[in-house]
Design a protein around this ligand. Structure first.
Ligand code: NAI
Length: 506
């Protein structure tokens, strides 16, 4: 499908954080852009904000002054809605309120031509509800940018019940022409990213609540073992707890209280205390001048004694760890067995979603130490371990010494089922699989959205493909049994793929 020609005029309504950024994106692509805001002077201020940001690029020699001047000449602040009459695409980025947005679209229908495409940047209101009272609801769709719009590549193109698919394709092609990475999604709560990302925050909040580890340790593990750019606590502090909590609450209530989306009391307390994160100087961390960031809990250095590392059977998802031991020059002996590592007194096994204490008893593994998933064992710099109450201190120290010898910092957590990276990935993949099962988006679009929208190191579905759906399904099944909670119920699609051996092929 053809993108809108750059001669088509674009109107952006609402010149706040999002609207100004969207106006910049459209102007950069060569369109004439109207920028309208109901507040006097706001549109000029929005344009001035764009000029200020881009002037820095000119000053650094990354942009020509003439190009900036030309771009700014294409953004035209306007006062009245009537001045947008000849726009071909109108993108609304005003206050997040159903009635006010509905009224705006009703007004636009009477001002603009019949061929206009109406788009909303809403994060949480269903496109279907916004279109309900329109004369031409088929011409309304979602065009959900991420903040800051000029920098974030993702645009979720949202189809309401009535949306004309051809128009959605035009908008998709237009977003591509604007240098974005668009995906299609149906109008369901949270669309793709705001739904699938919930467990990234929720599982760490829960681990913290259960005193498995503190925020600095969990953040470090998701960065250094999980390869996520930021840990969940530092990211929530950046987003603002008021905003992050409101999104979680809205998705939770929109899914009729599904416990997968249950908000956290810890975050609620921060919101009520006014500890909103960076913007108030205090969230999980302090941002006061001179405040030092707490460091991750790390096991003290243990002395390594030369003895063989025995690998019994296939390590599956953890085979990269065996490679790492070999590269570190350790004496690795391989023999048949149930997929465990033995070193000194310790028996080490990749977490399967059970507590070490339960697994030690059930599987008869003495001195068991479970370790976490790493995105890439060869390059990870830190790994979480947990031990059963019955595991000896010598075994924990042996396991620590072995991992340290291979160059890993080790964080010892309490015996939390699924540890951190494995549990987070399992829940992200579960949510992503359900979104695919329910036809919200294709597997490829879900993965693209999570990489382009929130910078995940790999899409949760292709990551799950790499491990095998059986691994993820088993972890979830064990988590569900551990907690006895519906929250961890595996998606039907993961269960199906675990048994059929299918993959998401993304
Ligand atoms: P903002 O508060 O920075 O800006 C909103 C602007 O809209 C204000 O300048 C306000 O004066 C104006 N406005 C309000 N009612 C209006 C009306 N009836 N007509 C014209 N202008 C009106 O808000 P922000 O953050 O830019 O959000 C705008 C929309 O984008 C919301 O729907 C929000 O859910 C969505 N969104 C926000 C993201 C974010 O990270 N801030 C990310 C993606 C979507």
């Amino acid at each position: 499908m053809q993108a809108l020609n750059s001669s088509v005029k674009i109107a952006v309504i609402g010149a706040g954080a999002m609207g100004s950024g969207i106006a910049q994106v459209a102007a950069q692509a060569g369109h004439q852009v109207y920028l309208q805001d109901q507040q006097a002077g706001a549109a000029e201020k929005g344009k001035a904000g764009v000029a200020k940001v881009l002037q820095k690029r000119v000053d650094k020699g990354k942009m020509q002054q003439a190009d900036l001047d030309a771009l700014l000449s294409r953004i035209q602040p306007v006062d009245a809605l009537e001045e947008l009459a000849d726009a071909g695409l109108v993108i609304e980025a005003i206050i997040e309120n159903l009635d006010i947005k509905r009224q705006l679209f009703a007004n636009l229908e009477s001002i603009c031509g019949e061929e206009v495409i109406l788009a909303t940047n809403t994060s949480s209101i269903l496109v279907t509800s916004l279109g309900a009272q329109l004369k031409r609801p088929e011409r309304l769709l979602g065009m959900h940018f991420f903040n800051p719009a000029p920098l974030m590549a993702l645009v979720e193109v949202i189809l309401g019940l009535a949306t004309d698919k051809k128009l959605a394709e035009v908008v998709h092609a237009t977003a591509t022409a604007w240098g974005k990475k668009p995906v299609f999604a149906t109008s369901t709560p949270g669309f793709i990213v705001n739904r699938v990302a919930r467990p990234f925050y929720a599982e760490s909040l829960r681990l913290m609540q259960e005193q498995a580890a503190d925020p600095a340790t969990l953040d470090a593990l998701l960065r250094e073992a999980g390869s996520f750019r930021m840990g969940p606590f530092e990211l929530m502090d950046l987003i603002g707890h008021d905003v992050n909590y409101a999104v979680t609450e809205s998705v939770f209530s929109a899914y009729y209280g599904d416990f997968r989306f249950q908000p956290s009391l810890i975050q609620k307390a921060l919101v009520e205390a006014g500890r909103l994160g960076r913007k108030t100087g205090q969230g999980f961390y302090s941002y006061a001048e001179g405040a030092e960031r707490p460091t991750a809990a790390t096991q003290p250095q243990q002395s390594f004694t030369e003895q063989p590392v025995i690998i019994e059977g296939e390590l599956g998802a953890a085979s990269g760890l065996a490679e790492r031991f070999k590269q570190a020059g350790l004496n690795v002996i391989e023999r048949a067995g149930a997929g465990v590592l033995r070193y000194g007194e310790a028996t080490l096994a990749l977490t399967d979603g059970r507590m070490a204490g339960e697994r030690l008893v059930t599987d008869g593994l003495q001195d068991l130490v479970v370790f976490d998933l790493a995105k890439d064992y060869k390059n990870a710099t830190r790994l979480a371990i947990a031990a059963a109450k019955q595991t000896s201190t010598t075994a924990i120290n042996d396991a620590t010494a072995l991992l340290q010898k291979a160059g890993l910092a080790v964080s010892l957590l309490s015996d939390a089922p699924g540890l951190v990276v494995m549990r987070t990935l399992a829940m992200l993949a579960n949510e992503a699989a359900d979104a695919v099962l329910q036809g919200v988006a294709s597997a490829a679009d879900v993965d693209l959205a999570m990489c382009a929208g929130v910078n995940y190191p790999q899409g949760p579905l292709s990551w799950s493909d790499n491990l095998g759906q059986g691994v993820i399904w088993q972890v979830l099944t064990n988590l569900q049994a551990s907690y006895g909670e519906d929250r961890y119920r595996p998606s039907l699609l993961l269960r199906q793929y675990a048994f059929t051996g299918q993959s998401f092929s993304v």
